[in-house]
Write a protein that binds this ligand. Sequence first.
Ligand code: FES
Length: 128
Amino acid sequence: MIDLLEKYPKVVEDEVVFWYKAAPASAFPENGGACVKYKDLQIAVFNFSRKGEWYACQNLCPHRMQMILSRGMIGSSGEEPKVACPFHKKTFSLKTGENLNGDTCAITTYPVKIEDGYVYVGFDSGYS
Ligand code: FES
């Protein structure tokens, strides 16, 4: 189980060395998420269209090791964008990955950019 989590080391945003061209932005539902694969990783990408923002995080919920977060409900706690796991409602910050309502470990979040209608997810040298 721990091995699975170790596949998602923290990404240092200032040290992104590779932008993965994930999919056309139009492939992601408004105010919702979808899962993309990069190598053997599952990455949840969220189109937070209500705020005009995009986020990405590991699809793996660390609570019961379920690949599910892309199907979670997104929202905000004040200024903090968050996703709630559909299984047991553990909630994670989409900025920091911190678990906002319990003691489950944090998730990894990824930088996202949109260019020419495509979604790109950033990885640092820890993923090469
Ligand atoms: S599996 Fe995600 S909250 Fe339990």
